[in-house]
Every structure is written in structure tokens, then in C-alpha cells.
Design a binder for this molecule. Structure first.
Ligand code: R2B
Length: 361
């Protein structure tokens, strides 16, 4: 090819194209290798990157994570969970098991065909917990009290395991406000039912408020992975109102009790829309507050199963609901794949391992 002065110019330009492609592909592969080398060569850390935790945790010998049915006496946390980089959680055990199998495929891990993934929290009889390489998948049940119990125990788990910069993502369902069912919603801010950006708890008889701010960098990164031209779903970003019940606090007309009118309901929902609210859920304030208190980057990505401007009962078919459940999972899988393996080969962006401003190293 090189030095052939009599070569046909058409052949030459084809050769140049092929060479360019080769160089680009190899450049990307070298980028990936460098990233893997850097991760692999890091010395094992003495402590996790979590901050602000209870100083008495170290006195708990053993520490019993009661609702997970796991304790530090019988499980070697650094060995079992030390490589965790992503903690994904959603309401039901079945959904999180399906996500675990999906992420296994996405990141190229394989199970012995004769085995299945094990629910590591089986002995706690409350939550489901699956580990697929660096990804933990957990079910959190419904509501802030449930997700808060799970988070206390998972955060302690990350601490005991000395995990480095784990990212927590809630992959849930929600009620959309003025958006089509089947739309993926990324929460920009988690608000309580009074539209306050905090999670309120009562500690020793006193009200304590914890900020429920989410990681804006992670939100932008997740949004950038949506592909409006190719995805068969929309992805939107906006505020989420987190309520303590599903019926009256979300102004439904179909609960066992209802002391308001259809008109006041519509006015309330329109007020929320004007405030930039796109959905209701029942976990986001606790999720955001507990993770950010621990210095953990986190995000909430959920699928709208209804448009509350049009009704209260979830009447979409089971087929639609099970199709839609895959949509936030798709976005989060893209994120995990990108962090672990670098940008997809067909992407035009250069591989720049250290350019992510979201990762504070
Ligand atoms: C969404 O769906 C559940 C209520 O049906 C609740 O967990 C939530 O946030």
C-alpha cells in the first residue's frame, strides 16, 4: 500500500479510509486498556469513600444488617462486596431480579447454565438482593420508611466493604403529571408533599430536615444517554413529588376515602405542573437524602405508568407495563456499560477516560 506510486487513486483513498478506521478503533481500544489498567493498579483502599456516617459503626462487632439477613461476623464484606460500583434499586423483587439478569448480559458476564442468581438477602425475608459483578440490584418495597431501612443497611454494607465511589440509582415506577404513560422520567429534584426539597424525620421527638438534592452531573449524564431519534420512548427531566401514600396525598379520586372534588384535584395537579413537577413517587426524598448524606452520588430514573391529568386508576395492560419496565433499565444499562467499558464502539465521541467531571478522584 505505502510507496506504491502507480496505484489507482481510488484504491489509495479506500486504503487511507481503512487505515483511518483502524487507527480510530485501536485508539479506542488503547483508551479502554489504559482505563482498566488504572482501575486494576489502584492500591486497595483502607476506607470507603462514604462520609458522614455514624462513628459508632466501628463498635458494632459484629454489625447485623437485620433486614438483609447478613452480618459482618459470617460474611467477609470487603471480599464479597468490595468491588461494588453501582447499586440499583426498585420496588419489587421480581423487577430487580429481571434487571440483574439483564445487566449480566449487558456487561458480558455468564452464569454456569445449571445455576441461577442467588437472593443474598433471603435470610432477612424482607428485600431481594442480587450481585452481578460490580452491580448490586436490590428491591426496596414501597415508601420512604421501607427504602430508608434498606439504605441504612446498604450504606453500612458499602462502608464495611470499603467500596469506592459507588453510584446509587433508583429504577422505579411513578405516576406522570401531564406526560404520556411509558415516558422515562429522570428526577431533577425530589420534593416532599409541601414542595420542600428535603426529607423530614422525627428524631427524639424533634423534626429534622435533610436536603434531598440529587447529583446534577449524574442526571445530565443519564439524560445524555437517551437517544430521542432512535429510542421508542421519550425521556424527560423534572421535579418529583414524593408522597407518603398512594391515594389521598396524590389527590386520587379512587381511594377508600376522598374529601375533595375533581375540580380541586385538577387545580392541584396543574399547580404542580406549573412548578415544574413531572411525577409522583413514594421514595425519592428518602433515597436522595440518605445517599447524599453519605457522600454517594445518586439518581432516580422511573417509568410513568399513568398520566394523572387523565385518570387515577392504572389501566395499562400487563404487556405494556412489562415492556415499559425495561425502558429506565435500558438507560441505566447504557450508563453502567459506558462507565465500565467506555463509549460504545459506534459512538463518535473520543475515549477520554479521565474527562468525566462527575467522578471526584
Ligand atoms: C411507585 O409505585 C409504587 C406505588 O404503586 C411506589 O413504590 C412508587 O413510588
Amino acid at each position: 500500500m505505502a510507496g506504491n506510486c502507480n496505484a489507482n487513486p481510488c484504491d489509495l483513498s479506500r486504503d487511507v479510509c481503512q487505515l483511518k478506521e483502524l487507527v480510530t478503533t485501536q485508539g479506542k481500544q488503547i483508551g479502554q486498556l489504559v482505563r482498566h489498567m488504572k482501575t486494576g493498579c489502584k492500591k486497595p483502599s483502607k476506607e470507603s469513600t462514604l462520609k458522614g456516617l455514624n462513628p459508632c459503626i466501628k463498635c458494632l462487632q459484629p454489625d447485623v444488617l437485620y433486614h438483609l439477613g447478613i452480618d459482618t461476623a459470617t460474611t467477609n464484606f470487603p471480599k464479597t462486596f468490595g468491588d461494588v460500583r453501582f447499586v440499583c434499586m426498585g420496588g419489587t423483587a421480581g423487577r430487580m431480579e429481571r434487571f440483574a439478569y439483564r445487566i449480566m448480559k449487558e456487561i458480558g458476564l455468564k452464569l454456569n447454565p445449571a445455576t441461577t442468581l442467588r437472593n443474598m438477602a433471603e435470610d432477612g425475608h424482607r428485600f431481594a438482593l442480587y450481585k452481578v459483578g460490580p452491580v448490586l440490584c436490590a428491591s426496596h418495597g414501597m415508601g420512604c420508611p421501607s427504602v430508608s431501612i434498606l439504605l441504612h443497611e446498604l450504606i453500612k454494607m458499602m462502608h464495611h466493604a470499603k467500596c469506592q465511589d459507588p453510584v446509587f440509582i433508583r429504577i422505579g415506577t411513578c405516576g406522570g403529571i401531564g406526560i404520556e404513560p411509558g415516558t422515562v422520567c429522570i428526577t431533577s429534584e425530589a420534593l416532599d408533599s409541601m414542595l420542600n426539597p428535603y426529607y423530614e424525620i422525627i428524631v427524639q421527638g424533634k423534626v429534622v430536615q435533610h436536603s434531598s438534592k440529587l447529583d446534577q452531573c449524574l442526571i445530565n449524564e443519564l439524560l445524555s444517554l437517551a437517544n430521542p431519534c432512535e429510542d421508542d420512548f421519550d425521556t424527560v427531566v423534572g421535579k418529583t413529588v414524593c408522597t407518603n401514600d398512594f391515594y389521598e396525598t396524590q389527590t386520587r379520586l379512587d381511594g377508600a376515602f376522598c374529601d375533595y372534588t375533581n375540580q380541586s384535584k385538577t387545580a392541584y395537579l396543574q399547580g404542580l405542573q406549573n412548578h415544574g413537577v413531572i411525577n409522583f413517587d413514594m421514595e425519592s426524598t428518602a433515597f436522595a437524602a440518605l445517599t447524599s448524606r453519605a457522600n454517594i452520588r445518586s439518581a432516580v430514573v422511573s417509568i410513568a405508568v399513568i398520566n394523572r391529568m387523565e385518570g387515577d386508576q392504572v389501566i395499562s395492560s400487563p404487556q405494556s407495563l412489562s415492556e415499559w419496565e425495561k425502558r429506565p433499565q435500558e438507560l441505566v444499562s447504557r450508563y453502567i456499560r459506558k462507565v465500565m467499558l467506555g463509549p460504545d464502539d459506534d459512538s463518535d465521541t473520543d475515549d477520554q477516560p479521565d474527562s468525566n467531571p462527575c467522578i471526584g478522584e
